[in-house]
Structure formats: structure tokens, C-alpha cells
Ligand binder design. Sequence first.
Ligand code: DC
Length: 222
Amino acid sequence: MPGKSRNSKIAIDGPAGAGKSSVTKEVARRLNLRYLDTGAMYRAITLKLIQENVDITDQKLIAEILKNTNIKFNEQEEIFLDGKPVAAEIRSSAVNQLVSPVSAIPMVRRRLVEMQQAIAKESKGIVMEGRDIASIVMPDADYKIYLDASIEERARRRRKEQLEKGIEMTELEVIAEIKNRDLIDSGREDSPLTRVQDAVVIDTTDLAFDEVVDKITGLVNN
Ligand code: DC
């Protein structure tokens, strides 16, 4: 393993469906770095709000819940909410529907960004993926990557992913869902999806998975 990657902090941002999760996991595996899926944290807090039947405009209650919620990852990077594994549950359609509005709540972002920064600080090296990693969470990252893809390709991937879960959606439905998510994720006031100026932009539309991973590990190793 090249020594250079050992302490590297790598930020990977981009919209839903650009291939962030699978690429980030493989980059982390190849470079032997810790991996953090920050979207999973927004999903976990969304799941908690659903479980507790919280009205997401109720600031006081959300503040209380944030204080009393524990989100942790184990050695295998599996996510736990208040001690229970929730990897599957955070991908449910109920969570999908509510996660963008929940992640636009400033108080929620403050708390999760704080946790993400603490994780970055205690890790020797890390690959972190999200929407605001290079801009807010790790502005001091050694490598900043912005992954993008055409909306058609992102929709194709999302449809395939849903079909694997047994959920059938038309292309139009998926495109509408993605556009809505982009609008909320990019339009919110507090740390929106951002492409920082010094990011290396990789358009994954016509690239094979390995090509994307090779590009990123190549940047770090060379
Ligand atoms: O990457 P994902 O689909 O699991 O993300 C779920 C939601 O969380 C998505 O609507 C955007 C939001 N998110 C965010 O606002 N900031 C991040 N750093 C990561 C995700």
C-alpha cells in the first residue's frame, strides 16, 4: 500500500445517483482508509423522527431528539441508531421521501456536521462522501472530488437499484424524484450540495465503475 494515502483525507461530493457510495467504498478499500457515508447519518436521524412520529417543523422536539440520539458505525462501517443496526431500514421509501427536507433543517446539519468533523479528526485517513464535504465538513481535505452524471444515467441507476429491491418505477417517476431531490439538496440555505472551485470533477455517465475508482486512486497515488 503506498504510504502517501495512509493519512489522506478525501472528500467526495455529488448528487444522488452519481455513483458516490459504491465508488467511495471501493476507494477506501483499495487505499486502506476509513469510509464514512454521511448520507446514512441524515437517513438515520430521519428514521428516528419517523419512529418518534415527529412533526418536522417542531424545532423544540427536534432539538430534544438530537440530544438523545446516538448514531454510530462499527468496524465494518455498519450504521447503528441508538444501538440497533439500521442499514436496511434507512433505505426504506418512507426515509427516502423525508430525508431531503430533514437534511435541510439547520439544527440537524449542525449536529451531524459536528459528528462528521469529530470522526475526521480521530481518523488517520478517511474517504468521506456527501454533499457538503469539501465545502463545510472537511475544507482541509487533501483531495476533493465531485462526481456527476447525466440525469438520464442517474435515473437509470436509481431505477435498477429500486428494481433490485422489488420496487418498479417508470423512468418519468424516477426523473421527477431525482429532480425534486436535486432541487432541495442544492437549493437549501444551509450547506447545500456544492462543487468547490478546487474540486476534481469526474463525470461518471460514460465511465465504468473501475475507471472512476482508478481515476481517484490514481490522483492519490501519483
Ligand atoms: O447520499 P444519500 O442519498 O444517502 O443522501 C440522503 C440525503 O441526505 C440526501 O437528500 C442529501 C442529504 N445529505 C446531505 O444533505 N448532506 C450530506 N453530507 C449527505 C447527504
